[in-house]
Structure formats: C-alpha cells, structure tokens
Design a protein around this ligand. Structure first.
Ligand code: ATP
Ligand code: MG
Length: 339
C-alpha cells in the first residue's frame, strides 16, 4: 500500500458529540485515519474509546442526540458529509463501503428471509431483479462457506446459529462488491473456533476481492493475525498509528506498550502479564492535555498542556515521550520515590 496511492477513505479531524443530561459527551475528538485499497487496518482500544462511533460516523449512522461537530469524511477525495455530500454518500454507503456488526441478531431483520435480506442491497444499488438477486444471494452464501445455500435462502435468522448468521451478514456486506468493509468486532459474540473461521473467511475474501478492511477489535491477537496497519484509540482519540510489525516490535505510546504487555497470546509471556491501573477519563468536559496522563507512568509537565499533533502518514505517536520504555521507566521511578 504505497503512500503514493490515493486513499479510498480519509477521516480527517473528525469530532462526534452526544448531548446528555450530564453535559456534552465528546465521544471522538479529532480522529484522523486513512485506508488504502486492499489493506487491513486494525482499530483497537478499550471499551468506550470511540471505535464504533468512528465507524458509525463513516457509515452515516450518527443520529440525535449524537452529531458530527467537526472534521470530514472523504471517499476517493470527495466529502460524504453535509448537504452537499448527501447524495454521493447515499450511493457510496452500502455499495462501496459496507459494514458488519458485532451482533448479527440486532442487525438482521427477524421478519425477512435470508435470501430477501441479502438481495435487498443488490436490488437497490445494482438494479437487480428479484430473480437475479436471489441467484446471486445463493452464490454468495456458498462463497462465505454456508452449507446448502439454496435451502438457506428461505430460512429466517432465528433458524441459524450465531456463526451462520455472521456469515449471512458478511454475504450481505459483500453483495455489492464493496471496496471497503468495516467489521465492528465481528467475532466477539462467537466461540473461539467459529471466531477463527470467520477471521479466516475475512482474510480470504480480502485476497480474492481486493477488499480493504477496517477491523475493529479490542484483541491485539486478532490484529497481529490479519492486519497490515493498526490505529490505537484511547478516550476518543487515536494515540498511535503505524505498521503492525513496527507497532508490535517497537510500540511508541505508553498506552500501546501497556496494551501489548497485557495481551497474553502474543509472546506467551503469561507470567509477566500486566494490567494498566486506573480507568479512562470522562468524555464530558475533557481536560486539556493528554487523556492518558492520569494512568501514564512517565508523564511530564508538557503532557498537561496538549499532546503533540497527530501526523498523517507512517507511524505517528501522540506522546511527548514517544518511544521511551514507559512501564520499565515507570517502575524505576516508583522505586526511586519509595512507592
Ligand atoms: N448513543 C449514545 N449516546 C451517548 N453517548 C454515546 C452513545 N454512543 C456512544 N456514546 C459515547 O461514545 C463513547 C464511545 O463509544 P463507542 O461505542 O464508540 O466505544 P467502543 O470503543 O466501540 O467500545 P466497545 O469496545 O465497548 O464497543 C462511549 O464512551 C459513550 O460515552
Ligand atoms: Mg464498539
């Protein structure tokens, strides 16, 4: 994915706020990322860090009390936002960009057969007749590994297992041959064996169809398995982005370093597993400065002002102490202080 190729998707300084009784929740704050043709970007971070809201904003799924309050989302260089982007966005979303959700039961219509649901987008976006859509739906069910696809067409979602429903969602998502697939925790509701099968399926489809994928997950093991690049989110911001290999070998941000040290499966170092003490900050009235500061073992005065600006390309780390071995230094610092 050369940096020269124009990106498919550009999210540029995006902000999403939710109005709540307690105040304005700044769910995502100046989020920027790019996705190039054919690459898999892992979006990782703790619960509540803004992964799903970022995806929903790209898909146009933010509705009151939420609103996009700043920044831009561009597809092949053209904005999807605002009244000007509305028509373009309608033609792009569901066709060029498709999304699969964590829990297929809440996103499949329980009253529609599998065949009709898969066919719907093809009838809308591609002008397929009912018969054409049904024939293609059967092929797609076969392509995502469902047995007896012809019989599945007339079944309802409740007649299928969780893994089968997730395959149906994937068939639906790829029905209009999207260039970008956003998969929001596509395997968390599934048991481990089925999880592995679904990830394999995504990797295969990506190769065969030349798809770009944004894979949202809190599992760094999954990222290591199938992603080229990773963006790490914390408290509504991206704190580090870069190649998977670089970030796994040499994470720059103390939060990324902590996440890696608390992931058991990667290096088999269960005996040295750590957890990051503390909790993420409130997203209402966030303090200026780095949101990770209260949990960071190596914070300095500058971190109270503002984190460094996010760079656009290559590895970018929003930390004044980027690259320092935070958790070893933090332990030494605590020892010296007699803690
Ligand atoms: N409908 C909503 N109303 C109010 N606040 C919301 C709403 N949806 C999301 N938020 C806020 O946005 C923040 C980010 O939520 P988001 O769902 O993107 O987190 P996430 O990273 O996907 O977490 P998870 O791993 O649990 O799925 C949450 O902390 C929440 O405060
Ligand atoms: Mg989520």
């Amino acid at each position: 994915m050369s940096a020269q190729t124009a990106p498919l998707l550009e999210v540029d300084g995006l902000r999403v706020d939710f109005a709540s009784r307690a105040g304005l929740v700044q769910a995502i704050n100046e989020v920027s990322l790019v996705v190039h043709k054919g690459e898999t970007l892992g979006l990782v971070g703790e619960s509540g860090s803004g992964k799903s809201v970022s995806a929903q904003a790209v898909m146009g799924l933010i509705s009151p009390p939420g609103a996009i309050t700043g920044g831009d989302v561009r597809w092949c260089g053209t904005s999807l936002l605002g009244r000007k982007g509305e028509r373009y966005a309608r033609s792009v979303r569901g066709k060029n960009i498709a999304m699969i959700f964590q829990d297929p039961m809440t996103s499949l219509n329980p009253l529609m057969t599998v065949g009709d649901q898969i066919g719907e987008a093809m009838r809308y976006h591609l002008g397929f007749t009912h018969v054409q859509a049904r024939r293609r739906a059967e092929e797609l069910l076969g392509a995502v590994g469902l047995s007896a696809p012809a019989r599945r067409l007339d079944q309802y979602p409740h007649e299928l297992s969780g893994g089968m429903r997730q395959r149906v969602m994937i068939a639906m998502a790829i029905s209009c041959e999207p260039e970008l697939l956003i998969a929001d925790e596509p395997t968390t509701a599934l048991d481990v064996t089925i999880q592995a099968q679904i990830l394999e399926l995504l990797a295969r489809l990506q190769k065969e169809l030349g798809l770009a994928i944004i894979l949202i997950t809190h599992d760094l093991g999954v990222v290591a398995g199938i992603c080229n690049r990773v963006a790490v989110m914390y408290a509504g911001r991206i704190v580090e982005t870069g190649d998977v290999d670089t970030i796994f070998e040499d994470p720059g941000h103390p939060y990324t370093q902590g996440l890696l040290r608390s992931t058991p499966s990667l290096e088999g170092t269960e005996d040295t597993l750590m957890s990051i003490d503390g909790i993420p900050p409130r997203l209402i009235d966030p303090q200026p400065g780095c949101p990770f500061l209260p949990r960071c073992p190596i914070g300095v005065d500058a971190c109270r002002q503002a984190p460094p600006a996010e760079a656009w390309k290559g590895s970018a780390v929003r930390c004044w102490k980027a690259g320092a071995d935070a958790w070893s230094m933090g332990a030494t610092r605590a020892q010296e202080a007699g803690l």
